[in-house]
Design a protein. Structure first.
Length: 201
């Protein structure tokens, strides 16, 4: 197992660093927890020009339940409780839920980390049934050329990925669909799109 270095930790998302720090504290690995703390302090400066997207506040949007939002796009989730993506039977299109606060934007383009392998416990959700399902849907979206995204609003839970567990989920924007491409970057899968890819239903 490779040791955790500042460079390796810096490659993780903020949420993954928080998860890693929580695991380190639970296992009484103070040095690793300290490295994570330093990485979190430096995270805004270490970003590659990308920033969190500035989206309208939830009160300005019509929000509906996640399962209803998928059904409105013709998708019935395999596991309504845990699934964050699905395939529309009518045309085979992939539809995924995207946590709004995790979207990064710069120079008119946006990206969203869809899936990353669970390395040393930093992203345990990737090994769950829902995480494995998301991985298969990422590969399918690359094959068909594009996918649709539903915007999920809510309040994250410290140290957890929102796909795994959130403090609260306000709902899904009922009026906006994001059309994006899925790109493989090493072992990661990212959704990428421009502002013109967002549209009403």
């Amino acid at each position: 197992m490779k040791p955790w270095t500042p460079e390796r930790i810096a490659e993780l998302s903020v949420q993954e660093i928080k998860q890693l720090r929580a695991n380190a504290e639970r296992l009484d690995k103070s040095e690793l927890a300290a490295l994570c703390g330093k990485a979190l302090q430096a995270a805004p400066r270490a970003s590659s020009g990308m920033r969190r997207a500035s989206w309208p506040r939830t009160k300005a949007r019509k929000l509906i339940a996640r399962t209803r939002a998928f059904e409105a796009r013709g998708v019935w989730l395999q596991d309504p409780r845990a699934s964050w993506s699905g395939v529309r039977k009518s045309d085979g299109a992939v539809v995924m839920a995207l946590w709004v606060d995790a979207i990064e934007s710069a120079d008119g383009s946006c990206r969203y980390l869809l899936w990353r392998p669970n390395v040393d416990g930093a992203r345990p959700w990737s090994d769950t049934s829902a995480g494995k399902e998301r991985l298969e849907h990422c590969k399918r979206a690359m094959e068909v050329g594009s996918a649709e995204g539903l915007l999920v609003y809510g309040q994250p839970l410290k140290g957890r990925l929102p796909e795994d567990r959130a403090y609260s989920v306000h709902g899904v924007d009922a009026e906006t669909v994001v059309r994006f491409k899925v790109e493989a970057q090493g072992t990661e899968y990212w959704a990428v799109w421009g502002k013109t890819s967002m549209s009403g239903r």
